[in-house]
Design a protein around this ligand. Structure first.
Ligand code: ADP
Length: 232
């Protein structure tokens, strides 16, 4: 049974159609990169899966259950794109984790994240890489079966990014299904096993080794531009 199975999903913000007839499958245990240029509907697709917004057309199934009937949301961990909104949060990482534990109520699974050295630092004072690990720790407190990461490496230096992707790979090796949203073709070809490429509708999906060349050809100029911006 797929972890996520979406059929003919369409979604519009008013007159603006963000998703058109999107059909995708994410199998349990996959490490999937969801890729597409800025504005291609990646975040909209994730928000539909998480039930933050509701599609007017199409079907979403999570572990074989229709999304609207699905209730075990602890099975899905989500790290959103904008940590910036949390910048003003006055608490420490330890306080955040304790508050979160009282909501999720489940055991911790975060020893490998190496967050001890900044547990008592305020979240807003952390570096990009530390924030990323703190966010991952929060998501892992639920012991999720699926982990969805939306552009997790924005504002994070290269070494911290590498460490972070290694952690994600370990989680995947232990059986967690990973969906990594990014516009960075380099990240997808290096770290994921499968790729779904969208530009409001699905352009291609399949094994990364078969598709990364194709994706590069379709979106080459965009990706070069983004790489350039990261580097400087
Ligand atoms: P991506 O995550 O791939 O950058 P998004 O899903 O954020 O793309 O956006 C897809 C399209 O929908 C874009 O054209 C964007 O401007 C539009 N959009 C996103 N969120 C909203 C919103 N809340 N209201 C109106 N339009 C939106």
């Amino acid at each position: 049974m797929p972890a996520i199975d979406i059929e003919n999903l369409s979604f519009s913000y008013g007159d603006k159609q963000a998703l058109k007839d999107v059909s995708i499958v994410v199998e349990e245990g996959d490490f999937t990169g969801l890729i597409g240029p800025n504005g291609s509907g990646k975040t909209t697709l994730i928000k539909n899966i998480l039930g933050f917004i509701e599609s007017e057309k199409g079907e979403i199934e999570i572990f074989g259950e229709k999304a609207m009937d699905f209730s075990d949301w602890n099975r899905i961990g989500y790290i959103p794109q904008h940590f910036e909104e949390d910048k003003q949060f006055p608490g420490t990482v330890r306080e955040l984790l304790e508050a979160n534990r009282s909501i999720t109520g489940s055991t911790e699974n975060i020893e490998s994240l190496d967050i001890d050295s900044f547990l008592d630092s305020k979240f807003k004072d952390l570096s990009g890489g530390q924030k990323q690990r703190a966010m991952l720790a929060l998501a892992l407190q639920k012991n999720p079966d699926i982990l969805i990461l939306d552009e997790p490496s924005l504002g994070v230096d290269v070494e911290a990014q590498e460490n972070f992707y290694n952690l994600i790979k370990e989680l995947n090796d232990q059986g967690t299904t990973i969906i990594l949203v990014t516009h960075d073709i380099g990240v997808v070809s290096e770290h994921t096993d499968k790729v779904i490429c969208i530009n409001n509708s699905v352009c291609c999906q399949g094994k990364t080794e078969n598709l990364s060349k194709h994706v590069e050809e379709v979106y080459g100029d965009n990706y070069r531009l983004f790489h350039h911006m990261h580097e400087h």
